[in-house]
Each structure stands twice: as C-alpha cells, then as structure tokens.
Design a binder for this molecule. Structure first.
Ligand SMILES: [Zn+2]
Length: 417
C-alpha cells in the first residue's frame, strides 16, 4: 500500500461511490488515471476488502471484465440532520445506506439544547455491534444557518448564535466531526446519489423553514470566503416588499417563500389571528389552493412568481445543467412548479435556460441524512488517517480498542470537490 498515491485511491473510491457498480475500464475513463495506477489501486483495495468483485462481463473480444463495487460495510458514519422541524440521526454505511435511525421534534420556540443532539446520537450508537463500532469513522452534520471555521453554528431556527457544536460533539464521542450547511449537504447528496449525479454545474434550492442554495459550479462546491455562500433566502428581489424577515430586515426572498411565511401570508389574507401560525401547516394552504380558495391561490401565485424570479437569477449567473428543488414546499409541487416555470422562462436568458432540468428531489425526507453521510465520506477521503482506515477495513477490526487513543485530524471541514 505504501507505493500507492492517496490521490489514486481517492479518485477510485469517489468513482465507486458515485456509480456503485463499475468495471476497471469505466474507472479509468472516469478518473483519467493511467491504467497501471488504477490496476495497482484496485488490487490493493480488493485485497484489503474495501471493494468487492461482484461479477464478470463478457466483452467483445472474449476477454472477461470484472465488475466491482464498494464493500458497503467497510466503514460507517454517524449522520445528523438538524434542518427542518425534526432532528434526524442515522448510522450509515460507507455508501450512505441508513442502517439505524432515530428522530425527535425540534421545538422552534426555544433554543435547542445540545443534550437532545447528544441523546439522539446515543440512541443510534447503542444499536451498534462491536465490529460496526470499530469501523465508525466520523460524524457528518447537516445544519441550518452557517458555521464558522471552528464549527460554531449560528442558526435562527435553532436559536443558536455561535454555538460550539463541533467541540461538543468531538468531546462527547471522540470522533472527527464534519459539518456543513443543509443546502450544501443536500447538493452533495443529489450530486453523489440523486438526480444531479455526475453533473458539474448543478444546484439544490431548499425551500422549507428557511431558503438556501447549494451550488456546484464547474465541478466545485461553492462555499465563499466564510462559508456563507448560498444564503439565497436573504436576497431582496423586490425592494418594495415589506414582509418582515427573521434576519431583522424586510423583503427578503425567504420572508415571502419559506413555508412559515406561506402560512403567515395566508392567515393574514383570511384575517386569522397570527397565533394560529404555529399550528397551521403549509400543506393546508396548498390543499385550500387546490380547492380553489382565492386567498390560498393568491399566496401560491406570489410565492411561485418570486421563486421563478430567484431561479432565473441562478440560471443567468451560474448556467447550470440541473436545478433540484427540495424542502416542504415540494408538497405543493403541482401548484408551484408550473407557475415557477412560467416566470423562469419569462426572466431567464433563453440560451442560459435551454436544456436546464428542473427537478423535485427524489431523495425524500432522507436527503439530510444522506447528505451528512456524503459529506462525511467526502471529507474522510481528504483526511489521511480516515482514508487509511477506509482502505484497510479488516485492520480496523483488528485494531479495535487501540484506534480511540489515536489523535485524529479534525479541521478539514472545507475542501475540494
Ligand atoms: Zn432576511
């Protein structure tokens, strides 16, 4: 293994993660590595048990080609999703399949106690057997708001301001912790496992309690100087709008199109008391619109039109191949998408819009956990200690007990691809 360049292993493992089942020739084509390097890497990974030979294909020349995939049980991650109204926790295997899960409600009216996050992780951990524990590599966290380089989270949803989440998790579980904003973990999941697989220019727009966009541009995840890139919700597209935003300003996109604001506008239109806001669900507004309720339809029109305008800015700025939309707003897909498309067509440069796919996320409610797992996998490849563990799963089992004492690299939150 010593003579293998880590970059070869990373490229091979990324290709296997994304494509699940591949031949050696497909890996060479995808990685652009030279065939000898790929053969060398595959041989080592097969011997270690990180990848498995699952069959053979007959090629035209009569030569048989091996079909390979990742050994899904070669390593495990703890995935945590703090976006939305329910916290989700999961144990995922190397390829992002969820093995155990736990979830609990977030009380949006008060500050989220860190103990409830720790308890959720413990609820998953107690299901692990000794072998799974020894191959548990890292924690991946998908969170709302944004985090600084020290892993301190600021999120209005959770009532957190510079909350030291990474330090708390590292202290409690003695594992590397990788964190990322929900809109970025979602585009990671879509690009590695979902509708945007393999795309170099794609984005995920989340429209739930908040609004954000995760962007892959020219094959790179956009993070910005301080990791704040993608805060689409606080872009003002109508300077005359007076909708109050939770950021303290008025007229932000989020103040119009986020799900609590869809409900707020509907309740205002029908003259209901604002106290009903907490109990009323966005799906009820969509149901009323489907029944022809003019107040609900007016809100839907405004939301879809504003989203279409926002999407046209994304199309013109980033020239994407695909835009995936997720979050609770997709419960109104039948109402929102056709109207959004009309506005998008009206506002975009025709050449930039031509061929752009607009899709609803197919990863469903698991997207946060899958994104957190994809983040943990991606960052583990960049961490030399964790890469070595992925590339020697059997050694990890033998070393069970000794591994916990080792100092681990913990700072590699941001990185390439
Ligand atoms: Zn705002």
């Amino acid at each position: 293994m010593a003579r293998l360049a880590p970059e070869w292993l990373r490229e091979i493992l990324r290709t296997l993660y994304q494509n699940r089942t591949v031949t050696r020739a497909e890996i060479i084509e995808a990685t652009k590595l030279n065939p000898a390097s790929v053969s060398h890497g595959l041989k080592a990974l097969l011997q270690a048990g990180t990848i498995l030979k699952v069959g053979e294909l007959e090629s035209n020349g009569g030569r048989r080609r091996e079909v390979l995939n990742l050994n899904a049980e070669a390593a495990y991650f703890l995935a945590v999703d703090l976006e939305g109204t329910r916290m989700q926790f999961g144990l995922t295997n190397l390829v992002g399949d969820i093995r155990y899960r736990w979830s609990s409600d977030i009380d949006l009216s008060q500050s989220l106690p860190v103990e409830s996050v720790l308890d959720g992780i413990q609820a998953v951990l107690k299901n692990l057997d000794a072998a799974q524990r020894s191959q548990l590599l890292a924690v991946g966290v998908s969170h709302p708001g944004f985090a600084d380089s020290e892993g301190r989270v600021t999120a209005v949803n959770l009532n957190w301001s510079d909350f030291p989440l990474r330090a708390a998790l590292e202290r409690a579980f003695d594992l590397p912790v990788f964190m990322e904003d929900a809109h970025r973990t979602c585009i990671l999941a879509e690009r590695w496992l979902g509708a945007a697989k393999g795309s170099r220019n794609c984005m995920y727009v989340i429209v739930g309690n908040g609004v954000g966009v995760g962007v892959f541009a020219d094959g790179r995840l956009l993070e910005g100087r301080d990791g704040i890139a993608g805060e689409l919700g606080h872009v003002v597209l109508d300077s005359a709008a007076t909708d109050p935003c939770r950021c303290g300003r008025t007229g932000c996109l989020e103040a119009v199109v986020s799900c609590p604001n869809i409900v707020r506008q509907y309740l205002e239109k029908i003259g209901a008391s604002p106290e009903r806001l907490a109990a009323y669900k966005v799906t009820e507004v969509f149901d009323r619109a489907r029944q022809g309720d003019s107040s609900a339809l007016a809100v839907v029109e405004r939301v879809a039109s504003r989203l279409g305008l926002a999407f046209s800015c994304l199309v013109n700025l980033f020239n994407p191949e695909i835009i995936v939309i997720g979050g609770d707003v997709v419960y109104g897909e039948d109402l929102i998408l056709p109207r959004l498309r009309t506005e998008l067509e009206r506002r975009s440069l025709p050449r930039a819009l031509a061929g752009v796919q607009l899709k609803v996320s197919s990863l469903g409610l698991d997207i946060g956990l899958k994104g957190a797992a994809a983040l943990a996998f991606r960052q583990s490849l960049l961490n030399p200690v964790l890469l070595k563990k992925i590339c020697s799963p059997m050694a990890a089992v033998r070393l069970h007990g000794g591994a916990r004492k080792r100092k681990r690299g913990r700072r590699s939150v941001r990185g390439a691809r």
